[in-house]
Design a protein around this ligand. Sequence first.
Ligand SMILES: Cc1cc2nc3c(=O)[nH]c(=O)nc-3n(C[C@H](O)[C@H](O)[C@H](O)COP(=O)(O)OP(=O)(O)OC[C@H]3O[C@@H](n4cnc5c(N)ncnc54)[C@H](O)[C@@H]3O)c2cc1C
Ligand code: SF4
Ligand code: SF4
Ligand code: SF4
Length: 394
Amino acid sequence: MIQIEDKRRCCGCEACRQVCPQGCIRMERDEEGFGYPVVNLDRCIECHKCERVCPFMKLDEPREPQAVYAACATDEGLREASSSGGLFTLLAEDTLRHGGVVFGARFDEEWRVCHDYTETIEGLTPFRGSKYLQSRIGDIYRQSEQFLKDERPVLFSGTPCQIKGLINYLGRGYDNLTTVDVVCHGVPSPMVWQRYLATLRAGQGEITGISFRDKSLSGWRRYDFVAQSTGGGGVRQFYGDNIYMRGFLHDLYLRPSCYACMAKGGRSQSDLTLGDYWGVERTCPDLDRALDEDKGTSVVMIHSERGQSLLEGLPCRYQETNYASAVAGNPAIEHTATEPPKRQLFFAQLDAEPLEQLIDRLTTIPLHKRLWRQLHHLAHRVKLRLRRLAQRSH
Ligand SMILES: Cc1cc2nc3c(=O)[nH]c(=O)nc-3n(C[C@H](O)[C@H](O)[C@H](O)COP(=O)(O)OP(=O)(O)OC[C@H]3O[C@@H](n4cnc5c(N)ncnc54)[C@H](O)[C@@H]3O)c2cc1C
Ligand code: SF4
Ligand code: SF4
Ligand code: SF4
């Protein structure tokens, strides 16, 4: 039966728990806030199913995509509401139009993140936009299996390890399944997120909306973290100045498996991978000039025939590029985060020091750099506003 000896070798996909015929695996959160499976030995019949579905039992080789594109939705509103170029929503709408079901990650009423499914266009809204913390999978693989057996088209989206977990859990291919993963930097601890939310609530009242990547004022490249609250004030900060995002981007509180990722770089077996096309202005200058109000362009990596034919039918603009240029702009496609030496200190001090002070101390940015960045951000915002006004008046 499954036993976690090295936490780097468990991504928390819950495939083992969902496949267990005895229902004798439960997920238990550790002191860092990440869930790991624990087996009730009294009920285990040693069938080994849990081991067979675990993504860590058989590691795949990285594989380059069949084709790579820079792409974005032609609907500018959708582009702006999405984290990158809005390709996820286009794929999802296509699935729904064919009578299908879409699986993705959304906030729950406590602003935790969990996986869920929808059968309606309106139901896609909560899935839109990246949520930078680990999403709880729950029983979602079982639910998707049921829809697949009922012969409904299913689009399943998530991190590469969640896709790998799903494919192992299903144990066989389905013609009616499309899997989409994201280029993945790693997932922060849900517990750290809850603690950060508590600091927001203390200052602002109840939270009514969160966007990790708001493009409305600062665009796609220099997006803002935004939290709305009943207090009226809320928070809007350049992502580099937001303390939670700073800790995330310094890799301070990622899941241990994210420092030894076994699923990115094409190893998840997904049909498509979506991410940000950083550097699109160099790779596709014509596309960028034609489109850009800095609303976002996706990198779309195609791994299967199904992925290719889906992309071709979508209401989007795209241009074929190549893998090397995509990776040059976005190393996270292949690169796995390195565990920073300060990570241990972070979790050791978490109960002893206010969260914001702790992250600030462990991710020090010199004052002159911070001020320079703030000035730069302000100038960027003004420039973007003027550019958008000019483009609209033409
Ligand atoms: C934790 C995380 C780390 C990422 N790191 C990078 C990176 O380093 N570089 C990069 O280029 N892109 C990264 N991305 C992907 C990027 O932010 C966009 O999500 C992606 O480009 C799709 O954007 P979109 O405009 O097509 O659609 P959007 O509507 O913005 O995408 C939403 C999609 O992301 C999924 N999703 C959202 N939050 C989660 C979550 N917590 N867990 C699982 N799935 C989730 C939804 O189910 C949906 O499929 C990351 C995404 C996540 C969730
Ligand atoms: S060996 Fe079988 S019964 Fe035991 S925990 Fe694993 S799946 Fe469950
Ligand atoms: S990686 Fe997934 S299947 Fe493997 S032990 Fe962890 S939760 Fe279970
Ligand atoms: S970095 Fe790897 S292990 Fe971590 S969430 Fe992403 S795909 Fe999973």
